[in-house]
Design a protein around this ligand. Structure first.
Ligand code: HOZ
Length: 423
């Protein structure tokens, strides 16, 4: 496969963009080689600058549950853009999107923001403002965006090139973030015991997906709910990845556990920069201008982004009965292919990660045992076969409604070849 143009574009990018990218994992540092410079996407396929085509399982890291450039979404974006790109004043579409988010999740109010980082950061500030407490609990290997207090033992790109504890985060901030072990309720209870009346919230990815996919152990989310309720702390579900994917109502609906606050991103913006935090009215009414927790944004509720988000949610709501079972079926076919190739895999619906390890991880300590050179070899064999998976062991594969059965079968065959001799 010739990637001359991607290589040239990367060399040029490296002169003006740190690492040649605008988000670290994209730089391929965990797997080696040159990142694909993308020229277009259609359905389940990406085309790079050299004209090579790939079946895409990165899918922009999750937003594209309907595939690249879904025509109804593009049409809605075009129509909105023709009427103005940004107003910095309210539009009816923002209300409709907030209604759709609340309708799906059971939240009573939502605030639209621009990124998952912003949604999580704002939810944390709100939890602190509401409870009058400073400390928060997060889990090792969970990633909630790059705000200061959440870059502590973080997942995603922090697990490869960078460090789970970023430079530049003041120690005084990091001290307010307590770290527990995912799927270990005992570690959470111990933190509450040692910090009586000082913990504002527990933030969790209800299905961890930034250390690779690690599903919650049976009863774990309910136990978190119980501890938070008992201790007067808020439970925050970071559903940036799982919202509208694990089910239309997200992981909360799938597992039947209701948090106090949600953070949404990715799918909720239909591929445009849009995210939201949402929750119970009495909590959300602490946000300015009603309450004293300040948060604002020039591009918040952007008219073009809300058009993409609304159309995406509308399609998912109307056609969910076909879309979600089909995603489950395609995810299951891929899971089977990895298992048959001898590679353990964790999967929830259309989210999955094959782990180059002896067993499928149940916690962060398990994840650390993965054979990263084996993953890198698998990645480059897949790419060579025209299949683009995330360039890191610690990310998810995203299946979309646009993945054709033919491409899923082609991927399954490639998996068998790519995994040969690696474990
Ligand atoms: N942090 C996201 C992955 N878990 C996004 C990575 C990217 O866009 O490069």
């Amino acid at each position: 496969m010739n990637r001359t143009k991607s290589k040239k574009l990367f060399d040029r990018a490296k002169k003006v963009l740190p690492g040649g990218v605008d988000s670290p994992v994209r730089a391929f540092r965990a797997v080696g080689g040159t990142p694909l410079f993308v020229s277009r996407g259609a359905g389940d396929t990406l085309e790079d600058a050299d004209g090579n085509r790939y079946i895409d399982y990165v899918m922009s890291w999750g937003p594209l549950i309907l595939g690249h450039a879904r025509k109804e979404v593009v049409k809605a974006v075009r129509k909105a853009a023709e009427k103005g790109l940004s107003f910095g004043a309210p539009t009816g579409r923002e209300t409709r999107l907030a209604e759709a988010i609340c309708g799906a999740s059971g939240a009573e109010m939502a605030r639209l923001v621009n990124s998952g980082t912003e949604a999580c950061m704002s939810a944390i500030r709100l939890a602190r403002g509401f409870t009058g407490r400073d400390k928060i609990v997060k889990f090792e290997g969970c990633y909630h965006g790059h705000s200061d207090g959440l870059l502590v033992k973080a997942g995603s790109g922090c697990l490869t090139g960078a460090s789970p504890d970023s430079a530049g985060v003041p120690a005084a901030y990091a001290k307010e973030t307590l770290v527990a072990d995912y799927n270990d309720i005992g570690s959470v209870k111990a933190l509450f015991e040692a910090n009586k009346g000082r913990i504002a919230c527990v933030i969790v990815e209800p299905i961890a997906a930034n250390m690779g996919v690690v599903p919650p152990a049976e009863g774990f989310l309910q136990a978190l709910r119980d501890v938070c309720s008992r201790e007067g702390a808020l439970l925050v579900f970071d559903e940036v990845i799982t919202g509208f994917r694990a089910a239309y109502g997200g992981a909360a609906a799938l597992y039947g556990v209701m948090p106090d606050l949600f953070a949404f991103g990715k799918i909720v913006g239909g591929g445009m920069p849009l995210a939201a935090y949402a929750g119970r009215r009495e909590i959300m009414e602490c946000v300015a201008p009603v309450g004293k927790v300040y948060q604002a944004g020039t591009l918040s509720g952007n008219p073009v982004a809300t058009a993409a988000g609304l159309k995406t949610l509308e399609i998912l709501r109307k056609h969910g009965e076909e879309i979600y079972p089909a995603l489950e079926e395609k995810g299951a076919l891929l899971e089977k292919a990895y298992r048959e190739a001898g590679v353990p895999v964790n999967r929830v619906g259309s989210l999955l990660t094959p782990f180059f390890s002896k067993k499928a991880p149940a916690c962060y300590a398990d994840v650390q045992k993965c054979d990263l050179p084996a993953f890198a070899k698998y990645f480059s064999r897949m790419l060579q076969a025209g299949i683009y998976v995330a360039p890191s062991q610690f990310e998810a594969m995203f299946v979309s409604a646009a993945h054709t059965r033919e491409h899923i079968y082609k991927t399954c065959a490639a998996v068998r070849r790519a995994c040969e001799g690696l474990l």
